[in-house]
Design a protein around this ligand. Structure first.
Ligand code: SPD
Length: 342
């Protein structure tokens, strides 16, 4: 009897201390596909004695819709640059407690204080990269240097476009010589027309281009840089090009939703990601650029020397970051819906 009472008391004490609830010990992450490796996930689980569950999304708009629909249950989300600003305005993100993120000091200053979150009150940079074209050099000849290859009849049915409205409309705008952030209705209408013309040639719209390039489903893909190099590990004939007309450049971030059930644990996770050795593992896995200077020492030499991952200043000067288009966003939404519905 005494033993049972002692056990009961122990159970109540542990539960009140938050040690007994299984719910307290789960970190729910909502990330881009192939962004959080099993290695990172399980090492964090082991060190912190918690469970990490990772779900994935394919575009910033999908992530926004999920957060707008109410308590998502997610503790960590990974919006890109322009989407951070949109989410802050809609009160969807929690302010980060820097006291719980001492490794914030490891972030390279060039990735801090950006337009989308000037004080980095809500976001820390995770990786950075570009959008371009990955192609099988034995099948796509001569090597493409322009977005126009994605409009060539001869490649009809053999390539994919990202399933991401700002990126796809952005590629069409660049093809036409316009800004990816245009709010000129005529320029947007012209982009819509070329995308409608392109649609019969597109095998599929898919953001996880690394997967369909690796499996051989497509020979060419509009994709993000890291995904092209991930696929090239499985298909060595793949090459990545940033078209001469220019393209988009992005910083993907780590944030905590305002409704996160486990904010402190989420901050511990963010701090963990900012350890140089851990951050280098992220880069070695995702093949995107690191935002932590000391991590570069642990990044594989091959990746450090890859101009498709760390482009020259000349190439970077042709890139644009996506920005929040405010009220004009509805026009882009409409164009995207029309293209997808055809
Ligand atoms: N597999 C990881 C993909 C990361 C994509 N970042 C998207 C940037 C959108 N502008």
């Amino acid at each position: 009897m005494l033993k049972r009472r002692i056990l009961c008391a122990l159970f109540i004490i542990l539960t009140a201390a938050g040690c007994g609830g299984a719910e307290q010990k789960q970190l729910n992450v909502f990330a881009w596909a192939n962004y959080v490796s099993d290695e990172i996930r399980s090492a964090f689980e082991k060190e912190f004695g918690v469970r990490v569950v990772v779900d994935t999304f394919a575009s910033n708009e999908d992530l926004l819709t999920k957060l707008q629909s109410g308590a998502s249950g997610y503790d960590i989300v990974m919006p890109s640059d322009f989407m951070v600003g949109i989410m802050v305005k809609q009160n969807l993100l929690a302010e980060l407690d820097r006291a719980n993120i001492p490794n914030f000091k490891n972030i390279s200053p060039q990735f801090l204080g950006k337009y989308y979150d000037p004080g980095n009150l809500y976001s820390i940079p995770y990786t950075w990269g570009t959008a371009g074209i990955a192609y099988d050099s034995t099948k796509v000849k001569p090597p493409p240097d322009s977005w126009s290859v994605l409009w060539e009849e001869g490649y009809g049915g053999s390539f994919s476009m990202l399933d991401d409205q700002r990126e796809v409309i952005g590629a069409a705008l660049k093809l036409l010589g316009y800004s990816v952030n245009t709010t000129n209705p005529e320029e947007l209408a012209a982009a819509k027309q070329v995308l409608i013309k392109q649609k019969p040639l597109v095998k599929l719209y898919r953001s996880e281009a690394d997967e369909i390039l690796s499996s051989g489903d497509v020979d060419m893909a509009h994709c993000w840089s890291g995904d092209a190099f991930r696929a090239a590990d499985n298909r060595p004939n793949l090459r990545y090009v940033i078209p001469k007309e220019g393209s988009t450049q992005f910083i993907d971030t780590v944030c905590i939703p305002a409704s996160a059930p486990h904010k402190e644990l989420a901050e511990k996770f963010i701090d963990y990601l900012l350890r140089p050795e851990v951050n280098a593992k992220i880069t070695n896995f995702t093949k995107y650029g690191t935002c932590v200077s000391a991590a570069k020492d642990y990044v594989s030499e091959k990746l450090r020397a890859e101009p498709g991952i760390y482009p020259s200043e000349e190439v970077l000067s042709r890139m644009e970051s996506l920005i929040d288009l405010k009220d004009f966003t509805v026009q882009y939404n409409r164009v995207w819906e029309e293209i997808k519905a055809r």
